[in-house]
Design a protein. Structure first.
Length: 232
């Protein structure tokens, strides 16, 4: 499947950081956020999200109090309330950033025509992105169950958006005769599960000294072996 993308190369191509996410967060919620200076707001949102992700991954979002968050972020309770009115609103704000992940994947395959190469790039990019943003990926997966009904639905839709991207590429490859006729929906779901396993169970691979590049190469090889039509 196409050329091999290195993790360090990916980090250079995708300059996505917590600051970038917080800037998007500020722009999306500038009507409700009381701090209007972008620089100040983004700086404090970075502190808030870093603290929220750390505490949530340690004890769970439900067990985290705003007083815990205040102490960890180094901001007063009053300062926290200038950015959100409740824990529920903070949770919703964080979860809405799922769209950024899908956009990064789409950007990565924008100029790629070959379906096999597209599939490889999506697999590599998703794994590399989850390595860069592991606390956020873990949080987004684990805390979906705590969202209100409407926000829970949006989170599930964001989850399925990645699967749809995989399915669409497999369908394109099948139509072009380079990928086998398989159950596309099930294949997309299984590939997504393999991508999730990296950021949900990193300890399992760390014990085996498996790097994100090695894991990406393994998943790509597995998928290619299953899907690619043998060359005549």
């Amino acid at each position: 499947m196409g050329g091999n993308l290195k993790f360090e190369t990916f980090k250079g191509l995708v300059s996505l950081s917590m600051e970038d996410l917080c800037r998007e967060l500020f722009l999306d919620n500038r009507e409700s956020i009381k701090i209007k200076k972008e620089g100040v707001a983004v700086k404090n949102l970075v502190k808030i999200l870093d603290a929220a992700l750390t505490l949530s991954n340690e004890k769970g979002f439900a067990a985290m109090s705003l007083r815990d968050l205040s102490a960890k972020a180094g901001l007063s309770m009053g300062a926290l309330y200038t950015y959100f009115s409740s824990k529920e609103e903070l949770l919703q704000m964080i979860q809405r950033q799922s769209a950024v992940v899908v956009q990064v994947l789409l950007d990565q395959i924008e100029d790629i025509e070959d379906p096999l190469s597209k599939l490889k790039r999506v697999i590599q990019s998703h794994l590399f992105l989850s390595e860069v943003m592991q606390p956020w990926f873990y949080f987004a997966y684990m805390e979906t169950k705590n969202l209100a009904k409407q926000e829970h639905k949006k989170a599930i839709e964001a989850e399925l958006a990645t699967e749809k991207l995989l399915i669409d590429i497999i369908k394109e490859g099948r139509n072009k005769g380079v990928l086998k006729a398989v159950n596309m929906e099930l294949t997309g779901a299984v590939i997504k599960a393999m991508l999730q396993d990296w950021y949900l169970k990193r300890w399992k691979y760390a014990r085996r000294n498996v790097s994100v590049e090695k894991y990406a190469a393994f998943v790509v090889d597995l998928v290619e072996t299953y899907l690619a039509v043998p060359q005549q």
